[in-house]
Design a protein around this ligand. Structure first.
Ligand code: CTP
Ligand code: MG
Length: 242
C-alpha cells in the first residue's frame, strides 16, 4: 500500500509578513513582506518547511512526498529537500491562488496507483509519528478519510452581527488539524470541484464520504503569526534540551 504526502506550502504568509513588517517599524498598515513566503520563514535558522519535510521523510508511514511550493520557489524547495536528504520528495510544483487549488495541483502529481494520500500544511511544522499512525490505522479500518482533532476548551457561539443566535454543544465540537488522510481515489474526486474549502475533509464529506476523527496533537498548532513561530521555536528548543 503506497502512501503519498502532499505538503501544502504555497501560501504567501500575509499575516506573518504583517507582523514582521510592523515589528520592523513600518506600522500595521504596511503591505505584507513579500520577500519570502511563510514556508521559508526562519525557524531556528532554517526554513519553516524543513521541519515538516524532515518529519514526513522520517515517517515509517510515508512513501513519497509532493511539495506544493510558492510560485517561483519550486527550485529552492528541491534544493532544501536535497540538503536535508529527503529522498522521498519526488516533485515540487507551484501552487495556486487558494489552498484548495494548491492541494488539487499537488494531488495531480500523485500517481494513479497510490493507495492513500495524506494532505499536510507546511504551516503546521510539528507533525508527529503517532498522529500519522492513528490516521493510517483509521483508513485500514475502512474509513474514506481520517482527520486529527482536539476537543475545545472554549464554548463556541454562532453570532450574527452583534447578537448571539446559538450556543453550540461543545461536546460535539472538535478543532481539526492536518495531516488529513484519505483513500486516494476519494480525495481525487473530491478536490476536482470546490475552491472555497479550508480543509480537504469538508470536500470529501460534502460528497458523502465517510470521515472519522482521531486524537489530534496540541503541538500541531498552525503558524499564523510571529508569536506562533516563536512558540514552535521554544518548544523545539525545549525538546532538544531534554
Ligand atoms: N496554502 C497553499 N496555497 C495557497 C494558500 C495556502 O498551499 N494558495 C497552504 C499554506 O502554505 C499553509 C496552508 O495552506 O501551509 C494553510 O494556509 P495558511 O496558514 O492560511 O497560510 P498562508 O495562506 O501562507 O498564510 P496567510 O493566510 O496569512 O497569507
Ligand atoms: Mg491563507
Amino acid at each position: 500500500m503506497s502512501v503519498w504526502a502532499v505538503l501544502a506550502a504555497a501560501g504567501r504568509g500575509e499575516r506573518l509578513g504583517r507582523v514582521a513588517d510592523s515589528a520592523a517599524g513600518q506600522g500595521p498598515a504596511a503591505p505584507p513582506s513579500q520577500d519570502r513566503p511563510k514556508a521559508f520563514a526562519q525557524l531556528q535558522g532554517r526554513p519553516l518547511l524543513a521541519e515538516s519535510l524532515e518529519r514526513l521523510e522520517a515517517s515509517a508511514w510515508v512513501d513519497s512526498i509532493v511539495v506544493v511550493a510558492p510560485p517561483g520557489w519550486e527550485e529552492p524547495v528541491i534544493l532544501l529537500a536535497e540538503e536535508l536528504g529527503c529522498g522521498k520528495v519526488v516533485a515540487s510544483v507551484a501552487g495556486g491562488e487558494s489552498r484548495a487549488a494548491s492541494v488539487r495541483i499537488g494531488v495531480g502529481e500523485v500517481p494513479d496507483d497510490a493507495a492513500v494520500i495524506l494532505v499536510h500544511d507546511a504551516a503546521r511544522p510539528l507533525v508527529s509519528e503517532p498522529v500519522l499512525e492513528r490516521l493510517i490505522e483509521a483508513l485500514n479500518e475502512g474509513w474514506d478519510g481520517a482527520v486529527p482533532g482536539l476537543a475545545l476548551a472554549d464554548t463556541v457561539k454562532r453570532v450574527r452581527e452583534d447578537a448571539v443566535v446559538e450556543t453550540l454543544p461543545r461536546g460535539e465540537l472538535r478543532a481539526v488539524q492536518t495531516p488529513q488522510a484519505f483513500v486516494a481515489s476519494v480525495l481525487r474526486e473530491a478536490v476536482a470541484d470546490g475552491d472555497e474549502a479550508t480543509d480537504c475533509s469538508g470536500l470529501v464529506e460534502a460528497r458523502g464520504g465517510r470521515v472519522t476523527i482521531v486524537e489530534g496533537d496540541p503541538l500541531l498548532l498552525k503558524v499564523t503569526t510571529g508569536d506562533d513561530l516563536a512558540g514552535v521555536e521554544s518548544w523545539i528548543r525545549g525538546s532538544e534540551a531534554r
